[in-house]
Design a protein around this ligand. Structure first.
Ligand code: TYM
Length: 330
């Protein structure tokens, strides 16, 4: 079985965007690949975190993964926490020494995020290398993500190819990004030129997977559209309406053309009401599952098993790679 790997930062509550770009893809592919789904808690500390809240968000993220349908009873599903495995950081350093400053300076996310802080950490700059380590440590072939992470996966490809060429063997599998054709960039409900984010300052901008139906309703009914009063899928000229159609398509599991056909000729109010219904129904199921999961022992059992399994793989890989570059004794 080929390997598939992805992770979602516990830097806040997970959104419907995270579901669309990350979790939904894992669920769709979990029967076909050996799946590595982890909580990248070390990535979250690229910006300041409240330690208590970070612990809470880590557990909650795992609860959400399982509540959405990630099946940890499958022997090919491994769920784990990044910081519980010391090899991620070790490989990251080694790979930093095979990555160029210019490459990291070109990362779109770094350029955007560094503008938001007067003083940003070195971790924010080198974070894509840690992400490359997360992927290369397990020889993952496929990396499902939203469009915002594509450049980081491409960097991981470049690092793997460079390493293989320099040391003249296929030490790392060269990973491929897997981007959904619909829902790769769910947009901010208040400013649809931006992507929906966990860490938004505007509470009306993002729908969180654990939002109750009355909150979902308020947010969707208040979403920005345009003054044309015409339902059409045109992401460039009608980003707000196209975003609502996209969210509907992702959660109703309906092709975008069918969603457009369903609402064509009607007003934006009808589309919004339809979307509230679909989202509330789907998220209520997830939330009921979540509440049961959070009070059961399943999370710790899954994380213990995931840690033990992935540590063995990571250790073996790191031991090989560190010898290749000449670390330690012969
Ligand atoms: P993060 O935590 O920002 O996002 C988690 C996943 O959700 C996707 N995503 C979206 N997809 C569609 N629309 C959106 N508005 C949206 N917002 C986020 C992201 O593309 C991602 O798939 N660096 C990563 C976490 C990470 C990782 C990895 C991922 C660390 N190591 C190794 C894959 C492989 C991140 O910050 O994702």
């Amino acid at each position: 079985m080929d390997r598939l790997l992805t992770g979602l930062q516990p830097s806040g509550n997970l959104t419907i965007g995270n579901y669309s770009g990350g979790i939904k893809q894992v669920i769709n592919y979990q029967n076909n690949y050996e799946t590595f789904l982890f909580v990248p808690d070390m990535h979250a500390t690229t910006v300041t975190q409240d330690p208590e809240l970070l612990h809470k968000n880590i557990r909650s993220a795992v609860g959400v993964y399982l509540a959405c349908g990630v099946d940890v009873t499958k022997p090919n599903m491994h769920v784990y926490i990044q910081s519980e495995n010391l090899y991620h950081a070790n490989l990251s350093w080694l790979l930093e020494c095979h990555t160029y400053y210019g490459e990291l300076s070109r990362m779109h996310q770094f350029k955007e995020k560094s503008k938001l802080h007067e003083n940003f950490t070195c971790g924010l700059f080198t974070y894509p290398v840690l992400m490359a380590a997360d992927i290369l440590l397990y020889d993952a072939k496929y990396v499902p993500t939203g469009i915002d992470q594509k450049q980081h996966v491409e960097l991981a490809r470049n690092i793997a190819e460079r390493f293989n060429n320099r040391y003249k063997d296929d030490y790392f599998v060269v990973p491929e990004p897997v981007i959904p054709s619909i829902g790769a960039k769910i947009r901010d409900l208040q400013d649809p030129t931006k992507k929906m984010s966990k860490s938004t300052a505007n509470p009306k901008a993002s729908v969180f997977l654990l939002d109750p139906p009355n909150v979902i309703k308020k947010k969707i009914m208040g979403a920005q559209t345009d003054s044309e009063a015409r339902i059409a899928f045109d992401e460039e000229n009608k980003p707000g309406v196209s975003n609502l159609l996209t969210i509907y398509s992702v959660f109703a599991e309906m092709p975008i053309e069918a969603v457009v056909a369903k609402f064509e000729g009607g007003g934006y109010g009808d589309l919004k009401k339809g979307l509230v219904e679909v989202l509330s129904e789907k998220l209520t199921v997830i939330q009921d599952n979540y509440n049961k999961i959070m009070t059961s022992g399943i999370i710790d059992d899954a994380l213990d098993a995931g840690r033990d399994f992935t540590e063995k793989i990571a250790k073996e890989k790191y031991e090989t790679i560190r010898k290749v570059v000449g670390y330690g004794r012969i």
